[in-house]
Design a protein around this ligand. Structure first.
Ligand code: NAP
Length: 490
């Protein structure tokens, strides 16, 4: 079985063929990863920070070449991809900076208390250790920022874990080239061999997550794929944490007070919905809008002016079209279409399905299907209570948004309803665009994430790969050696 790149703009295969990684090669990769982890995890944090900075520098130095390959494999366009390389190296440098500053973890030192329990106890030192080798699966739609050297890999390496990545078949050359550049930079900077490794193929993915030496999994991708891998991780004789960031239908609610300029609002909605051909996990899949003919008219007119973009792969197009047809049937919605498509590659005409809250209340479960591509659902409502009721029926989301005037009396109830089912709630902002910042939370109730307590973006992402350990009753002379600075830094 081999994997080859396909240009989504033309449907043509090109470039080298990658053989699926064999079981024997996997065994060697994981053995080396385990050995590397022993050394990498015990290196001083600022040393690891220095090496991560070298990786970021190397990726930046090769950005032009990486963007060229990724553009041919994904059709995402060089401007967007150049920005994504910058975001990726920014993420890596953020972890490096925090490691060098010693910002991550302050061990809890709990002095001994004389006397009988429950008041009395010995001296404790509660600290953290790298969890061990991590398997990382990236998504097709972010070939850099959520792929082989994305936030999952950067945070796991920062935590002191070695990483084995599974290349995405929709961008195998980008994956391999990125990892090759990073491995060379790490080796030149003094990282142990095997700290980062890559494998290809569907079977490799299943085998790596079930390998008993792998201690955690990190995944970005579809609900179906993430759930399958999560189940494998949990069904192992030794289950492991599996941090899956899956697909999401991100509801956006606009109230009367937020819809002061319906035509401009319609344009901004389409910008967010059709960005990257709608292939964003933070895509505004559902828009709740008060009954307003001016908005609907503007939406139809403006949609007709929008071009379709290429899908990331044939499989993505096929799945999108299937889900869209099912949604059309299930919602009985009115269809509004964009420009017709005339191309050999993987394209579909953008489309909005317009329905009402009253209609959707008959079977709200239909609204939770992610339609990954240029399709949106607009739900008109007459009362805010209808929106709150429908939100309560939705599955967990990465983001929920509210457009309203600050003085709008209905805003607070809507914010609470959105916060109940989302990892991030944005005010007068669209869901697309996830800033890499310490205050970010990119996750949410399932299926947005398989681990609702954790984020995959921002500095807190490292917490997924740091296992707490308490050292009890050690003499003072041993504490210094135990609380080594592999995580804490200086
Ligand atoms: P995907 O099809 O789930 O693929 C992701 C990875 O998982 C690939 O390497 C894939 O390998 C593997 N995989 C999928 N199903 C598997 C299974 N049953 N067993 C073993 N491995 C499996 O996702 P995608 O199409 O690349 O990405 C699009 C999805 O990602 C969308 O749903 C989007 O919303 C989501 N996404 C989420 C976030 C987030 O942060 N939450 C960010 C970006 C994208 P094979 O292809 O070899 O099967």
């Amino acid at each position: 079985m081999t994997i080859q790149s396909v240009n989504p703009r033309t449907g043509e295969s090109f470039g080298p063929k990658f053989a699926s990684t064999t079981a024997q090669a996997l065994d060697e990769i994981v053995a080396a990863s385990e050995r590397a982890c022993e050394v990498w995890s015990m290196m001083a944090a600022d040393e690891r920070g220095r090496i991560l900075n070298a990786v970021a520098d190397a990726l930046d130095a090769h950005a032009e070449k990486l963007v060229e390959i990724a553009d041919l494999e994904t059709g995402l366009g060089k401007v967007r991809l150049t920005g994504e390389v910058g975001r990726t190296t920014f993420q890596i440098r953020s972890f490096a900076t925090a490691l060098i500053a010693g910002d991550f973890i302050s061990p809890t030192v709990d002095a001994a208390v004389d006397g009988a329990p429950p008041q009395g106890h010995p001296k404790f030192l509660r600290t953290v250790r790298a969890i061990g080798p991590v398997a990382v699966f990236g998504a097709s739609n972010f070939p850099f920022a959520f792929s082989v050297l994305g936030g999952d890999t950067a945070s796991a390496l920062a935590a002191g874990c070695s990483v084995v990545v599974k290349a995405h078949p929709a961008h195998p050359q980008t994956s391999q080239t990125t990892v090759d550049i990073a491995i060379k930079a790490m080796s030149d900077a003094g990282a142990p061999a095997g700290t980062l490794a890559i494998g290809h193929g569907f079977e490799f993915g299943k085998a790596i997550i079930t390998d008993p030496r792998i201690c955690a999994g990190a995944f970005t991708g579809s609900k179906a794929g993430g759930r399958a891998l999560f189940d494998l991780a949990q069904s192992r004789p030794n289950p492991i944490p599996f941090y899956g960031e899956l697909g999401s239908v991100n509801p956006v609610v606009v109230t009367e007070s937020g819809l002061a300029d319906p035509a401009t609002f319609a344009g901004a909605y389409l910008d967010s919905l059709l960005m990257g051909n709608g292939q964003f996990c933070t895509n505004p899949g559902l828009l709740f809008v008060p009954e307003n003919s001016e908005f609907l008219q503007a939406l139809q007119e403006q949609l007709l002016l929008r071009d379709a973009g290429p899908f990331l792969s044939e499989a993505t197009k096929v799945l999108h079209d299937k889900v869209r047809t099912a949604l059309e049937e299930a919602t009985g919605a009115k269809k509004v279409s964009g420009k017709a498509v005339d191309s050999l590659g993987f394209f579909s005409t953008p489309e909005i399905l317009i329905t009402s809250a009253g209609q959707m209340m008959k079977d709200p479960s239909k609204l939770s299907a992610e339609c990954f591509g240029p399709t949106g659902i607009v739900i008109t409502y007459s009362k805010v209570a209808e929106v709150i009721s429908l939100l309560a029926h939705l599955e967990g989301a990465l983001v929920g948004c509210l457009f309203a005037a600050p003085t709008d009396h209905s805003a607070v109830a809507l914010v609470h309803a959105l916060a109940k089912m989302s990892g991030r709630v944005a005010f007068n902002a669209w869901p697309t665009g996830v800033a890499v910042a310490a205050g970010q939370h990119h996750g949410g109730p399932y299926p947005a994430s398989t681990s609702t307590l954790h984020t995959s973006v921002g500095i807190h992402a490292i917490e997924r790969f740091l296992r707490p350990v308490t050292f009890q009753g050690f003499p003072d002379e041993l504490y210094a050696a135990i609380s080594h600075d592999s995580v804490k830094g200086k």
